[in-house]
Write a protein that binds this ligand. Structure first.
Ligand SMILES: [Zn+2]
Length: 258
């Protein structure tokens, strides 16, 4: 049997490369993007997760990962009290010398790797434009479908690619051409979609009162799950790191009920 050579990559090379690729220094975000918890300098395998949590660390440790890259990291704003859940998380990572890297907004809005770009790619959206204002930064995108689709077809394509079960607000046109995508909890951007004349708005989490907002405005909306809408970005990072460094990357699939 052919012996597979395991590549060992210096952690700081990966961190530097991702910081540059994702422009972490220039994007204003509550998430402390970049290396949040320092572990070993030698990385043989990278785990990719949507959420930094004990379940993801245990899965990563079980798969012998020296680094975990998460879309929702552990540190938001300043350094929290290192007690309770945060203590358990940090202790787990320290005890096993695992690095934790976070990429939140930089990974939502990235034009190639981003959650929204990846979902737009599923639909081959043309004439893409920034969409979804978050504190002055457009985090999502909008674009035109190559051929009109019914809302059920939009939903079926999302479910096939992302998994999960979608919630639909089918109050708009029968034939959709103009789509807007904002991953995660971009619920309130439904208003922007209405103002801009979007045919079908796609986001992760629904909101009760948007039933009537969408109905009265005559717009379609598809909610494909916060988790499912945000796993494509970290998966794209994994492919990029495999290509760039020849390092092994594994997706740690820990779905939430959202
Ligand atoms: Zn999110």
């Amino acid at each position: 049997m052919k012996k597979i050579k395991t590549k060992i990559i210096d952690r700081d090379r990966i961190v530097k490369y991702l910081d540059q690729e994702l422009n972490t220094a220039t994007i204003n975000d509550l998430s402390r993007n970049g290396l949040q918890v320092q572990g070993t300098e030698r990385v043989r395998r990278v785990g990719l997760a949507v959420d930094a949590c004990l379940d993801a660390y245990e899965a990563g440790a079980g798969k012998n990962c020296q680094m975990i890259i998460a879309h929702h990291g552990m540190i938001w704003g300043g350094l929290p009290y290192i007690t309770k859940s945060i203590y358990r998380q940090i202790k787990f990572l320290f005890d096993r010398d695992i690095n934790l890297y976070a990429a939140h907004l930089p990974l939502d809005l990235h034009l190639k790797l981003g959650n929204n770009a990846q979902i737009a790619d599923l639909f081959r959206l043309k004439s893409r434009k920034p969409f979804g204002d978050y504190k002055g930064i457009p985090v999502g995108c909008e674009g035109m479908l190559p051929a009109a689709m019914k809302i059920e077809e939009v939903s079926a394509r999302l479910q096939k690619a992302l998994g999960g079960k979608n919630i639909l607000l089918p109050f708009g046109k029968k034939e959709n051409r103009r789509l807007a995508v904002v991953s995660g909890r971009a619920t309130d951007m439904l208003a922007e979609a209405i103002d801009k004349g979007i045919d079908c708005f796609i986001t992760g989490e629904p909101r009760h009162e948007h039933h009537h907002l969408a109905k009265e405005a005559g717009i379609n909306a598809v909610y494909c799950g916060h988790y499912h809408s945000e796993k494509v970005g970290v998966q794209a990072i994994g492919k990029l790191l495999e290509k760039k460094f020849g390092i092994e990357c594994v997706f740690l699939d820990i779905p939430t009920i959202m």
